[in-house]
Design a protein around this ligand. Structure first.
Ligand code: NDP
Ligand code: MG
Length: 381
């Protein structure tokens, strides 16, 4: 039986991972971690019976302890707790379904403990890809992509010779504001930005999809996962999210992976790789679909994507600045403290004011994150 631990089990990816475990019935859930949603976590613990559970907030951890005092489950908290879940001796694979750079340290801990990683937490690769990828090789563990585009690329590369890979064609839906100009984007509200046309996801990534920052993060994620240069990744807007991404080989052949927009497919593929399992749900009907259309991405009105290419080209600590500034800006936008267009503006200002560090260590990455947070605080006062 495959033994699975999950960071962020109460979120969008986390709950879908557990749905797959429920349907297949042959995955053992060994440890779960969440931020503060102890009600949902309790229900998950009662159903899947892990031996370890982590809750970020100490108060909430106490609450969970008392809620499940009839069960033999150890409850841990804080970063130490996340690391314990990541290193849990019984498990073979860790699903990183937590949001943000907080995923870096537990991911590294899991790899060092010999666990394969089913990676949803793209922020980890964006900021620390230069550490994570060589470490995976050193530890002999796999990084299996959960992000739908990266799973698609991974599937397209199955059995192919990596050195014949010419280009990655990373598809994008364009988000809820595709086709809009800056003037129209000025007044958009949190509710509008949270309405993604095709995917139902957590709040942070949904905002990232509206600014196209998500595609920028995915470009950097792809760069590390597949060992390509940013200029070899082309963004192709495909509004219906039917093609999940494509690869172009040296001879000009293009291979694509298609499917209905359902995250359970890439999650299940990562969990059972290289096996494919039956997955209930709608199938693509090309007769009904009629057509699939393509567009160029609009980097003028959505500067968040352009800035990602700038950050990737500069390298070093710049991707961390891009990511950290975005994390903070999205939180401020969700709190209605800043406007939509201020998200890329804050990212750009932080990138301009940053003194880059080459090949930053984990400590330097976290230091850069703290500096960016402080800078944004100062800018706002
Ligand atoms: P959600 O916001 O839905 O879920 C986040 C999860 O992380 C929750 O379980 C949350 O717990 C937990 N969490 C947050 N902060 C902490 C913390 N400090 N300590 C422990 N747990 C914490 O996010 P998503 O599932 O949408 O996204 C997760 C990751 O996957 C992101 O990196 C995202 O970019 C990536 N991803 C998501 C996709 C999707 O379809 N949703 C697609 C591709 C990638 P709590 O509920 O208690 O707050
Ligand atoms: Mg994606």
């Amino acid at each position: 039986m495959k033994k699975v631990a999950i960071l962020g089990s109460t979120g969008s990816i986390g709950t879908q991972t557990l749905e797959i475990a429920r349907t297949n019935g042959d995955l053992e859930i060994t440890a779960l971690a969440a931020g503060s949603n102890v009600e949902r976590l309790e229900a998950q613990i009662r159903e899947f019976r892990p031996s370890l559970a982590a809750v970020w907030a100490e108060e909430k951890a106490k609450e969970l302890k008392s809620r499940i005092r009839d069960l033999d489950v150890r409850v841990v908290t804080g970063m130490e707790g996340l690391i314990e879940v990541a290193e849990q001796p019984e498990s073979g694979i860790l699903v990183t379904a937590i949001v943000g750079m907080i995923g870096i340290r537990p991911t590294i801990a899991a790899m060092k403990a010999g666990k394969d990683i089913a990676l949803a937490n793209k922020e980890t690769l964006v900021t620390a890809g230069h550490i994570i990828m060589p470490l995976a090789e050193e530890c002999g563990v796999r990084i299996l992509p959960v992000d739908s585009e990266h799973s698609a690329i991974f599937q397209c590369l199955n059995g192919e010779n990596r050195c014949e890979l010419h280009k990655i064609l990373l598809t994008a839906s364009g988000g809820p504001f595709r086709g809009k100009k800056k003037e129209e984007l000025r007044e958009v509200q949190v509710e509008d930005a949270l309405k993604h046309p095709n995917w139902s996801m957590g709040r942070k990534i949904t905002i990232d999809s509206a600014t196209l920052v998500n595609k920028g993060l995915e470009m950097m994620e792809a760069r590390w996962l597949f060992g390509v240069e940013p200029q070899d990744i082309k963004i192709v807007v495909q509004p219906k999210s039917i093609i999940h991404s494509m690869v172009e080989f040296a001879d000009g052949a293009v291979i694509a992976q298609l499917g209905t927009p359902d995250m359970k497919l890439p999650i299940q593929y990562a969990l059972y790789y290289p096996q494919r399992r039956y997955l209930p749900g709608e199938r693509l009907d090309f007769w009904k679909l009629g057509q699939i259309t393509f567009e160029e991405p609009d980097m003028e009105n959505f500067p968040g994507l352009r800035l990602a290419f700038d950050a990737a080209a500069a390298g070093g600590s710049l991707p961390t600045v891009y990511n950290a500034a975005n994390e903070r800006a999205v939180a401020l936008f969700l709190d209605r403290k800043i406007r939509f267009l201020e998200i890329p503006e804050l990212i750009e200002r932080c990138m301009e004011e940053h003194k880059a560090v080459k090949a930053p260590s984990v400590e330097e990455i976290l230091q850069t994150e703290a500096e960016v947070y402080e800078r944004i605080e100062q800018m706002r006062h």
